[in-house]
Ligand binder design. Structure first.
Ligand code: ADP
Ligand code: MG
Length: 246
């Protein structure tokens, strides 16, 4: 599997505190990866670095076949290069239907007004239906997004990210606040998405991580503490000491 993203020797210091410490991490082009680790381990900061929100003091972040240096790119350029990030709070337009939210995401025009006067072209309508099927919201297409359940809003948000066809999708703690059934459906969506792109999921819920059935990276104090399948890392004494045993 070819490498899509390579982080090497990255460090970030906030007011003298080393949040990321000589971190090296690689992800393949159609790989699912879970990141676990205690609070403050640097999981969110890792995503901030990859998306250009936080600039490291040292190290390299290399992207794609052309080995582009992401550290030289703006957040907007990084997003255009194919890195999508799902934040915990959904940013769907609550007054708009599920259909219109997905359509706007396809059009990459996030302003709600133009789409009200826009008659969608057939390929766009088909794409919206395809995305709705991927996230399990086909029956909700005409509903106002504000009426959706917490889980459904999260799926819509994922659908809106998939509409941009990212090559890497970063998802930070998707299971938070979801029912078991919602968590299971979220795993299905992410597993499906990872068949055609890289997906990196930060999650504390071990059952969720188990269902992702993928390589797991354990972060601690800004570095990789252990890596491997879930059974392998959960047997690691260091991982038990700093994370699981607490
Ligand atoms: P995690 O997501 O693994 O819980 P974070 O990446 O959010 O951890 O944080 C790692 C450490 O860096 C924490 O100690 C946090 O307080 C600190 N930190 C993160 N972002 C900032 C920031 N912008 N300014 C100062 N400290 C920060
Ligand atoms: Mg975090």
């Amino acid at each position: 599997m070819s490498t899509l993203l390579e982080v090497s020797g990255v460090s970030v210091t906030f007011d003298g505190f080393r949040a990321i410490n000589n971190l090296s991490f690689q992800i393949g082009s159609a790989e699912m990866r879970a990141i676990i680790g205690p609070n403050g381990a640097g999981k969110t900061t890792f995503m901030d670095i990859v998306t250009g929100k936080t600039r490291p003091d040292e190290g390299r972040v290399i992207w794609g076949e052309k080995s582009v240096n992401l550290l030289k790119m703006s957040e907007a350029k990084i997003a255009q290069a194919g890195i999508g990030r799902k934040f915990q709070r959904p940013t769907v337009f609550e007054d708009q239907s599920v259909f219109d939210n997905l359509l706007m995401a396809i059009k990459k025009d996030r302003a709600p007004l133009p789409v009200l006067f826009y008659k969608p072209a057939k390929p766009d309508v088909e794409r919206v239906h395809e995305l709705a099927a991927e996230i399990g919201l086909t029956d909700e297409l005409q509903r106002k997004s504000g009426e959706l359940s917490h889980g459904q809003k999260q799926w819509l948000e994922i659908g809106m990210l998939l509409a941009q066809e990212p090559r890497l999708l970063l998802v930070d703690e998707p299971a938070a606040g979801m029912t078991l059934a919602e968590r299971e459906h979220t795993t299905d969506i992410l597993v499906e998405a990872a068949k055609t792109r890289a997906v990196v999921v930060v999650e504390h819920d071990m059952e969720f991580v188990r269902r992702l059935d993928c390589k797991v990276t354990v972060l601690h104090e800004g570095s990789v503490l252990a890596e491997g399948n879930l059974d392998h890392v959960t047997k690691n004494q260091d991982v038990i000491d700093v994370y699981l045993g607490r």
